[in-house]
Design a protein. Sequence first.
Length: 118
Amino acid sequence: MIRLKRAYEDPSPLDGHRVLVERLWPRGVTKGRVSLHLWLKEVAPSPELRRWFGHDLGKWPEFQRRYREELRHRPQEVAELTRLAAIGTVTFVYAARDPEHNSAAALKDFIEHQEAQE
């Protein structure tokens, strides 16, 4: 099971393995407060894609398409997240304000659809 949670929310025992899926550390949050098991920078969107998107909702469908393409070139990182989700709850920790239109949500969708196709 994959859950999503902002880095600014308090950790919970229900979160399972907490994985930061951002390339940059969330502003104003200490490492102790985030309580991570893993920081997987390599699975985050490239800096170029992140800048291009700029949280412009009009670009969301194209952002998802481009990000999925990047993820296809990161099979080891995706496999690690898929493995964690298969053994228990994993929470993708992210920094964006929008809970629906962010890279963690796109990553969750990618992994869940990949599992459904297998």
